[in-house]
Design a protein around this ligand. Sequence first.
Ligand code: DLL
Length: 432
Amino acid sequence: MIWSEVETFLKEDLRALQYSRLQETLLRVYNNVPFYNESFKKLGITPSDIKSIKDISKLPFTTKQDLRDHYPFGMFAVDQSAVVRIHSSSGTTGKPTVVGYTKGDMGVWNEVMARVFTMSGVNSQDTVHNAYGYGLFTGGLGIHNGAETVGATIVPSSGGFTSRQLLLMKDFNATVLTSTPSFALHLAEVAKSEGYDLRNDFKLKCGIFGAEPTSTGLKEEVASVWGIDYHEIYGLSEIIGPGVSNSCKKSNKLHIFEDHFYPEIIDPDTLEVLPYGEEGELVITTLTKQALPILRYRTGDITSLDPTPCRCGRTHVRMSSIVGRVDDMLIVNGVNVFPSQVEHVLSCVDGISLNYQIIADKKGYLDILEVMVEVTNDMPMDSIGALDRLQKNIQNELLSNLYIKAMVKLVEPRSIERSVGKAVRVIDKRRI
Ligand code: DLL
């Protein structure tokens, strides 16, 4: 089943719809967002210079840094009274990236998430066990509203508490699991160790997994260990949250909901738009967002676009799974972390220097993060109590500022190897 007729529109009808929506968006940002008004003036253009959807390449880019520079609400195009929801992700200098939604935006989000569920074969007969985190992260509530929109029964279990999650999945007869892929495997591992029979004790038929880069091997493992259909979902808070694209039953590429999100692929160095099929950075323009309309957002995610018809009948362009990022952003159990954020937190703590290394690895199927940092010369390495307090203090600061659980290892001054060129700040031992 296909949720909305627009998913099967002929390309020319889709382009016409996109263009009229783009024009509305341009007027909205030009008139209401000083940042865009100034960017247009710098480029010597006005909304009327954009005469077709292809002219989108004349528009300025938007980056995460622009959102941070206008923290918290400087990029919003509506008055606070029209905003009904705020989400955010942690930010580089302690300040988070803030996104907002009007009632209309919530409607769009519910609509695209309903398409995701329908595309994955989920309907009112299903029970969705939602293990994406609830709160400021868009995963939990975004998935939640979509499941309700298609009339499924939603179990808002959020993250953590693995044993209890398994009990609820079994007793409530969950047919759909929504979580990060690594958490789905972790659940399977714990279920086996607790003596569950994965195929017979659970009624799962499919899962909708995303929020972190995942290898084909890991996806196959999730599908086979649970005996379910694997659907991949992609999204980012700045654009809407989960629900920018999703894979259907006929292809492992992800249909982008093009009537709401206009995708381009650019060369991240030259910023030139690349043709269909070529790999580069995904750039998205929102076509219907009201609170936070965004032009040409540089996602940092590397993929390619496939416009060929899909056997499922949907005409919207498909993106390949994300193959990497153009920046140094790490995703740890679904939480985005930039090394500069860790550095900022460390810089606020006394007794340590800024010689540090971040080591990402896997324990079982979950990500683990270790932050190794040198203490200052005046720190007595033989005072176990003092070192212990310092270590716990840093761990707490990382948790409360960046929402990451990290193991902090304090080491002697000058013990972290120095490199001749750029400091090696991140060692990522996870395979993807
Ligand atoms: O991760 C939204 C989301 C929630 C997507 C639940 C899917 C499921 P952010 O926290 O803003 O939003 O992180 C966005 O996560 O730019 C990608 O780098 C990464 N990401 C999201 N989905 C995928 C995926 C949510 N399927 C960032 N594969 C994005 C690889 C993904 N990376």
